[in-house]
Design a protein around this ligand. Structure first.
Ligand SMILES: *[C@@H]1O[C@H](CO)[C@@H](O)[C@H](O)[C@H]1NC(C)=O
Ligand SMILES: *[C@@H]1O[C@H](CO)[C@@H](O)[C@H](O)[C@H]1NC(C)=O
Length: 254
């Protein structure tokens, strides 16, 4: 039996064909708008009042390639803390007279009990390191309501930790540098918390939120986590905020 198309079938196939082309074009446009319209990254020589991806990537390179192993308990974690502190000290030297910059290395100890996979888990820890920087105007007070930006510099087991979370530290360092170099005076203090123990049940956050003198001033926070590992690349997770949410926002307006 010969297979014959009627003229109506031919018209139908033409419409289907056109629809397929139209769908293809729409997919290409949607894909390019969502996934390919990145802002042009700036190089190492970008003006100091701009965020430079190259400067940030340089931090990622040092943290994940030059420093070996940023897992809790390894020498690399200490070296990373020293690297971060050195970068922050450099910023402090460059800062204009209207900025007040405080840098601290905090050794934290503590204990808590939590529910984990249906089991009650008690944790006690000592000697973890957080690096904290607070940028505020010269006439700010310790009790002023502040904004917290948190990211961790320890790495997951068996990983150089470029995405998790060298990228977070790198972005935070570049943002801190930008804040200082641009001459902008933050209307409220900004606290940068370089958190030294996240992979182990977020001990670094616990230590900060239970012991630090600025903990009650925090009215808002952003936690940066594992950015740049694929797809749309900035993710803000709230998990380190579990402890932070337990804190009353400081009085005062933002
Ligand atoms: C934690 O313990 C160390 C000594 O092991 C001490 O130097 C440090 O001040 C303690 N940190 C806090 C926040 O109490
Ligand atoms: C913590 O650090 C202090 C001082 O650096 C040291 O004396 C102590 O042994 C450390 N504790 C632990 C549990 O590692």
């Amino acid at each position: 039996m010969a297979f014959r198309l009627s003229s109506g079938d031919v018209a139908g196939f033409k419409v289907l064909f056109c629809l397929a082309i139209l769908y293809g074009l729409m997919s290409i446009i949607a894909y390019s708008v969502i996934h390919m319209k990145f802002i042009t990254p700036l190089g190492l020589d970008a003006p100091l009042d701009r965020f430079s991806e190259s400067r940030a990537v340089e931090h990622v390179r040092v943290l994940s390639k030059e420093i070996d192993g940023r897992q809790v308990g390894r020498q690399g974690l200490r070296e990373a803390a020293e690297y971060i502190k050195t970068q922050l000290e450099k910023m402090k030297e460059q800062a204009g007279p209207n900025l007040r910059i405080e840098i601290e290395e905090n050794i934290i100890n503590g204990s808590f009990t939590m529910l984990f996979l249906g089991h009650s888990l008690s944790l006690a820890y000592r000697n973890h390191t957080n690096i904290v920087m607070r940028i505020s105007s010269i006439d700010s007070h310790d009790t002023d309501p502040s904004f917290l930006l948190n990211g961790h510099f320890d790495a997951p087991p068996g990983s150089p930790g470029a995405g998790d979370c060298g990228s977070c530290v790198a972005s935070m360092l570049e943002i801190a540098r930008l804040t200082v170099d641009s001459g902008w005076i933050p209307p409220r203090p900004i606290i940068f918390l370089f958190n030294g123990a996240e992979e182990l049940f977020m001990l670094g956050s616990h230590g900060f939120m239970t012991t630090h003198k600025w903990r009650d001033t925090i009215g808002a926070f952003i936690n940066v986590e594992a950015s740049g590992t694929g797809g749309l690349d900035l993710e803000f997770f709230c998990h380190a905020g579990a402890y932070q949410l337990g804190v009353q926002p400081a009085s005062g307006s933002w």
